[in-house]
Design a protein around this ligand. Structure first.
Ligand SMILES: Nc1nc2c(ncn2[C@@H]2O[C@H](COP(=O)(O)OP(=O)(O)OP(=O)(O)O)[C@@H](O)[C@H]2O)c(=O)[nH]1
Ligand SMILES: [Mg+2]
Length: 239
């Protein structure tokens, strides 16, 4: 899988080469799921983060889609693989498959729709039931641009988030406010969980041999990457 890195710089398309180099150097792939009621803006937050795009006539998501963006955190190249599904129950994909291997979750409500905030507790329950215990969760109050239509006071959300041990931010997919910061915050939190696990595992002599080779230097596809992360997150030291 490393044959493209053969130093033949003369003929290759420069852009293609850069992509290869970037890909080969990715240290981690973090799966993140986006959840919350229909129409709160999940798909638009995602497209703001991965493509810097926004659409007013966004269609309801059917089934599951994912998008990726690669960022640098603490000197590591991290590919965020962000999964998006329908908020509407009847369009939602099989829950357990959606949450499998997820290291982070973005739980979105709409600051102009009280009901979408009232449902947040149910979404947290679903996460606790289906996702890994060490999953990091950020609560997002979206559509902060609609100042005059606000129905959920920031303090209510802050209180709920503190109570449940979630991170919290208000965002606007429309004007981009806090979208990048919120994703980066979540990815940093995931990174700190993963690197702590690695450290604990490498300090534990019985696990040291098992973990040798699970550090990803060269990777070939999302499945492999995720299974490597899963191996890491299910190792027997802590968590
Ligand atoms: N004003 C404003 N509108 C937004 C914002 N984010 C999303 N919208 C609008 O809200 C509507 C729903 O957005 P989506 O991203 O499709 O919602 P969703 O949560 O993915 O909905 P489902 O796929 O049905 O679960 C669309 O009309 C968007 O244009 C925002 O930050 N501000
Ligand atoms: Mg959607």
């Amino acid at each position: 899988m490393n044959q493209e890195m053969n130093g033949d710089h003369g003929t290759e398309n420069h852009h293609h080469q850069l992509n290869n180099i970037l890909h080969e150097k990715i240290d981690y792939v973090f799966k993140v799921v986006v959840i919350g009621d229909s129409a709160v803006g999940k798909t638009q937050i995602l497209s703001r983060f991965t493509k810097n795009e926004f659409s007013f006539d966004s269609k309801s998501t059917i089934g599951v889609e994912f998008q990726t963006r690669t960022v640098t955190i603490k000197g590591k190249l991290i590919k965020a693989q962000i999964w998006d599904t329908a908020g509407q129950e009847r369009y939602r994909a099989v829950t357990s498959a959606y949450y499998r291997g997820a290291l982070g979750a973005m739980l979105v409500y709409d600051i102009t729709k009280r009901q979408s905030f009232d449902h947040v507790a149910r979404w947290v329950e679903e996460l606790r039931a289906h996702a890994d215990n060490s999953i990091r969760i950020i609560l997002i109050g979206n559509k902060s641009d609609l100042v005059d239509l606000r129905a959920v006071p920031t303090e209510d959300a802050v209180e709920f988030a503190e109570d449940q041990g979630l991170f919290f931010s208000e965002t606007s997919a429309l004007n981009g406010d806090n979208v990048e910061t919120a994703f980066l915050r979540l990815l940093e939190e995931i990174y700190s969980v993963v690197s702590k696990k690695e450290l604990e595992c490498s300090n534990d002599k019985t696990d040291a041999a098992m973990l040798k080779g699970s550090k990803i230097d060269v990777i070939s596809g999302p499945e492999l990457e995720i299974s490597e992360m899963k191996k890491l997150s299910t190792c027997s030291c802590g968590f």
